[in-house]
Design a protein around this ligand. Structure first.
Ligand SMILES: [Zn+2]
Length: 139
C-alpha cells in the first residue's frame, strides 16, 4: 500500500484506554481486518459510546468535527465506533455497550453525513492485554 497509493482507509472512534492500544493487542491491525481496509485513522476519547449523552455534548461535537475533517482530507471508505467492556469512561454493563455503540454509530453517521457504512464494534475483555473484537452492526 505504501508508495503506490495508500489504499483504503477507515476512521475509528475508540476509547483512549491504554489497554486497547497496547502493542500486544494490535487493535489497529485487527480493525483493518474487520473493516477490510489498509489503514485506520484514530480518534481516541474516554468511553466513546457514551459521547451521545447530553452531558457530553461538547465532547461529542469536537469528536464529530475531528472526524469530519478526516473524512474530507483522507476520504475514508468506512467509519467505526469501538466500545469496550470494563470501560471506565462509560461504565455500563456489557449489553448496554452493544446498545450504546449502535446509538453512537447512528449519531456519527448523522453528524458527519458520511455516505458509507459506519460500523459499531465492542472489544470484549479477556485480560488487560487480550481482547476480542465483536462487530455489533453497521448503519
Ligand atoms: Zn474505555
Amino acid at each position: 500500500m505504501f508508495g503506490r497509493g495508500r489504499g483504503k482507509l477507515a476512521v475509528s472512534l475508540v476509547c483512549a484506554d491504554w489497554r486497547l492500544h497496547h502493542k500486544r493487542v494490535d487493535l489497529n491491525k485487527r480493525l483493518s481486518r474487520l473493516l477490510d481496509v489498509d489503514g485506520i485513522d484514530v480518534i481516541a476519547v474516554p468511553g466513546p459510546d457514551g459521547l451521545t449523552r447530553p452531558e457530553r455534548a461538547s465532547e461529542w461535537k469536537s469528536a464529530a468535527d475531528q472526524i469530519s475533517l478526516l473524512i474530507s482530507v483522507h476520504k475514508p471508505v468506512k467509519l467505526t465506533v469501538v466500545a469496550h467492556q470494563r470501560c471506565a469512561g462509560h461504565p455500563v454493563d456489557d449489553s448496554q455497550h452493544k446498545v450504546d455503540v449502535m446509538t453512537a454509530a447512528k449519531a456519527l453517521k448523522e453528524a458527519t453525513k458520511f455516505p458509507g457504512p459506519v460500523v459499531a464494534a465492542v472489544a470484549t475483555y479477556r485480560s488487560d492485554a487480550k481482547w476480542g473484537l465483536e462487530k455489533i452492526g453497521e448503519v
